[in-house]
Design a protein around this ligand. Structure first.
Ligand code: SF4
Length: 63
């Protein structure tokens, strides 16, 4: 599974980090940065929750 960010859609709400702090970091303005594009084993639920948490649909999981 991969966690993918469309940075053109990210508005810096910062909601995505809480469900997946090992997968997403926020920059100093609150915009998301993917820490692990390939989701490590056991991180699938967190990745899905992360993608679901974004009100702007900037994050999605694939695979
Ligand atoms: S919740 Fe969405 S819009 Fe907000 S920082 Fe995360 S990816 Fe960006």
């Amino acid at each position: 599974m991969k966690l993918l960010l469309d940075s053109t859609r990210c508005q810096g709400y910062g909601l995505c980090q809480e469900p997946a702090p090992d997968l997403v970091a926020l920059d100093e303005w609150g915009y998301a940065q993917i820490l692990a594009v390939v989701v490590p084993p056991g991180g699938e639920d967190a990745a899905r929750a992360c993608a679901d948490s974004c009100p702007n649909s900037a994050l999605r999981v694939e695979g």
